[in-house]
Design a protein around this ligand. Structure first.
Ligand code: PLP
Ligand code: TYF
Length: 394
């Protein structure tokens, strides 16, 4: 049997991580994988998470199974964090998943069972795992224009034109905030226009939100998702706790299925439970419990929100520093987009050759499509990157 296995393409982001580790140079900068790093290059455990972990150790009395959808307290806390009061709770079915990736995967599974003919429209570019999971599952996908490589902002005219090809029942995958890999995001009036079009085309939105709190703040980052949930008859939302709670390896995420018609929630919930059971039975609990404790305890929640705000503003500071350094070196405003983009990532718009030159000559590691992780920088490495960008002729 094993002789039939084919070699699968490796994940380019994870390959880059390995290449960075193996580079013996002292002066090297890792701007690859999307993990938050502080100024010393560490990915800290957030204070509130550490406290919750200690409390959990002291108070947890069993490791017996949870429910198929995980702890209902986790769903409640996360539904509230993501959706606020945009929709009544009884219209939301939710199930915990192994990370945001698990939520994405379960959402695709639900789509395939509910409408095998549905095509999934994906932004060009999008997180590579969206495409690889869709391919693996045999779901047809159609890219829509999203990024203007000249202005390094959203090609909204192209996006709307391409979304006109959506047929009733097709799914449109959108990033809730902090678009990965470009850093270019829809503003509120663009969200409204997309919603109008999706309503007209009778399409189903699916929103992947993996960076709530990393862009413009916890509530502002959720404005688009909340508006979609409020206006559309149905929406699927895949939320990740990996980044904003800093619990990457705990594998904590939530899939939500929102239906205007509350009488559908029961069946939606049964379906989410069923799909969890088919794939892994019970979702991981440890990270979910920590998130629930943090969100439900006033003091822990305030401390978590404050630390997340420090993370967010530190990335904004690095964006501004990089943009102004590049303005000084290039004598032009053409890098102003770096201060406009939000979240961990920005796409520089460099060629693969230029990306390779920066790696070879300056030890700067970014993904081949010229995506850089802003959090991989610090005050000292920003000028090094700026010089390398100019030297590479970008
Ligand atoms: N969706 C997007 C757009 C992401 O960038 C990520 C990356 O971390 C995820 C989902 C899923 O993250 P995780 O599975 O680690 O929670
Ligand atoms: O895009 C990123 O860097 C993050 C982390 O297979 C990640 O989303 C990268 C690759 C992968 C899973 C997560």
């Amino acid at each position: 049997m094993f002789e039939n296995l084919k070699e699968q393409p490796a994940d380019k982001i994870l390959m880059l991580m390995q290449a960075y580790r193996e580079d013996p140079r002292e002066q090297k900068v890792d701007l690859g994988v999307g993990v938050y790093k502080d100024a010393s290059g560490n990915t800290p455990i957030m204070r509130a998470i550490k406290t919750a972990e200690k409390r959990l150790w002291e108070t947890e009395t069993t490791k017996s199974y949870t429910g198929l959808a995980g702890d209902p307290g986790f769903s409640d806390a996360m539904v509230n964090l993501v959706l606020g009061d945009s929709v009544p709770r009884e219209t939301v079915a939710a199930a915990a998943t192994p990370g945001g990736t698990g939520a994405v995967r379960q959402a695709f599974d639900l789509i395939r069972s509910a409408n095998p003919k549905a095509r999934v429209f994906v932004s060009d570019p999008t997180w590579p795992n969206h495409l690889s999971i869709l391919k693996h599952m045999g779901i047809e996908f159609v890219p829509y224009r999203y990024f203007d490589n000249e202005t390094r902002s959203v090609d909204f005219t192209g996006m709307i034109a391409d979304l006109h090809q959506v047929m009733p029942g097709d799914v449109v995958l959108l990033h809730g905030c902090c678009h990965n890999p470009t850093g270019a995001n829809l503003n509120l009036s663009q969200w409204k226009a997309v919603i109008e079009l999706l309503l007209e085309r009778e399409a189903v939105p699916m929103i992947d939100i993996a960076y709530q709190g990393f862009g413009d703040g916890l509530d502002t980052d959720a404005e688009g998702v909340r508006l979609v949930a409020e206006k559309m008859p149905e929406v699927l939302i895949a939320a990740s706790c990996s980044k904003n709670f800093g619990i990457y390896r705990e594998r904590t995420g939530l899939l939500m299925a929102v239906s205007k018609d509350a009488s559908r929630t029961k069946l939606n919930q049964q379906t989410l439970n069923y799909l969890n059971r088919q794939n892994f039975s019970f979702p991981p609990d440890h990270g979910a419990r920590l998130v629930t404790m943090v969100l439900n305890d006033e003091e822990l929640r305030a401390d978590w929100a404050a630390e997340l705000e420090e993370v967010r503003t530190s990335m904004l500071g690095l964006r501004e520093q990089l943009a102004s350094e590049l303005q000084r070196l290039s004598g032009s405003d053409r890098f102003g987009f770096l201060a406009q983009h939000r979240g961990m990532f920005s796409r520089l718009g460099a060629t693969p050759e230029q990306v390779e030159t920066m790696r070879k000559d300056s030890g700067i590691y970014m993904v081949g499509d010229s995506r850089l992780n802003i959090a991989g920088l610090n005050k000292t490495t920003v000028p090094i990157l700026a010089e390398a960008i100019i030297k590479a002729g970008i």
